[in-house]
Design a protein around this ligand. Sequence first.
Ligand SMILES: [Zn+2]
Length: 127
Amino acid sequence: MPTLTQTPGAIAMRKRRIKLQQLGLCTRCGKTPSIEDSTQCENCRSRKKIHKPKLKEKTIVRKCKSWRIVNHRFVDGLKRIGLTIPEFAVAINVTARQVERWAFEEVMPKIENRMKVKALLGEDYWK
Ligand SMILES: [Zn+2]
């Protein structure tokens, strides 16, 4: 089993880099000559510096305490307009988790969100 650096592709790349280095060309782009004390050209070196690894987006999955519907009227309202919880959350600019709290936990939305729900579903479900 070859290690990662011994795969045919990696070996070919290393050979290419050595060849370019001998020719005095940039080992990265192979076009412009490399600068002193470096195997790469100025352009590639500066690009290397600004390269930052992308931060992995964390997905936090939190389970509801219970998936038993607490606010039936609200859930029926959602069904009536044919939106799922995530879709509805996007529509009123809150997280899906927040909408889940309103549906499955005894959580009352903030007044501005209550008004947004009312504007979309036509009813205040926390009266
Ligand atoms: Zn280059």
